[in-house]
Design a protein around this ligand. Structure first.
Ligand SMILES: [Zn+2]
Length: 264
């Protein structure tokens, strides 16, 4: 049974030709894209901090222009948010390893850390400033506080990608899919599928199906889940059991066990 929908192969190397039999490594193209996003994110974050520093200097030079400071907070927020979105996407292209917990936290949640750096000093200066009236402190402090919360929420990655997770998910798909790291997804989908004719994606609503590797589904759409219908279908059709999987995974489990020490 083949689907009649238009299937779009996403860019990059041919997925079927590179089965991951070891720990996941981002391909050079993804790494390049990740670096680009990281550099761009870093530049925007520096500009955000610059906007904050400018606002801080203005607070020490009365008379204080409230409007200008509010505009600078808005600029700071916009730059921090775009930077965080880029940063999080860079981690999907080139995920960090979980083996070093502090490094993993910093790489995954850098957007949150930057949100604090980009707003907290300003909030402290506003609240302790002698050039501001109580009312002005309330207004500016409230706006800067709200900006910190928004930037922080955008900066947090609630489901941070990791090399270990990519490895596990790829292994699972290859095990179910006769060694092929090949999945399908739709534009609005939240899961990837093993079968292009899965009834979830073969509805009248779907006009286009994308195909690629597990990593590509994550890179492009942030899809992290395998379709449960495809999963049970593959197991049934190929006579696979969870026990087989457990046995097949012994080698890889050691590689991705967060308790073993990484070389990097
Ligand atoms: Zn499915």
């Amino acid at each position: 049974m083949e689907t009649e929908k238009k299937i779009t192969r996403v860019g990059g190397n041919s997925p079927a030709e590179e089965p991951v039999r070891s720990i996941f490594v981002a391909n050079p193209e993804s790494k390049k894209r990740a670096t680009k996003h990281r550099v761009f994110a870093g530049s925007l974050w520096l500009l955000a901090i610059g906007a904050q520093l400018f606002a801080i200097t203005l607070l020490f030079r009365p008379p204080i222009d409230m409007t200008l400071i509010i505009i600078l907070i808005a600029v700071d927020l916009a730059l921090a948010i775009i930077g965080s979105i880029l940063w999080k996407s860079s981690n999907r292209y080139d995920p960090p390893t979980k083996k070093q917990k502090f490094k993993f936290f910093m790489k995954s949640q850098l957007g949150l850390v930057v949100a604090v750096i980009a707003f907290l000093p300003l909030i402290i200066v506003i609240l302790t400033n002698k050039n501001l009236s109580g009312k002005q402190k309330g207004i500016l402090g409230g706006i800067a506080g709200a900006a910190l919360v928004i930037a922080g929420l955008v900066g947090v990655d609630f489901n941070p990608p990791s090399i270990e997770e990519y490895t596990e998910q790829t292994e699972r798909v290859e095990w179910l899919n006769e060694g092929r790291n090949f999945v399908y997804w739709t534009k609005s989908g939240t899961v990837y599928h093993i079968y292009s004719d899965c009834s979830y994606i073969n509805t009248n609503k779907t006009s286009e199906i994308f195909e690629g590797t597990v990593a590509q589904a994550r890179e492009l759409k942030n899809i992290t889940e395998l379709c449960s219908r495809c999963e049970s279908r593959a197991m049934q059709e190929r006579g696979l059991t969870e026990e087989d999987y457990h046995n097949a995974q012994q080698g890889i489990k050691e590689l991705i066990d967060p308790n073993t020490q990484g070389e990097q």
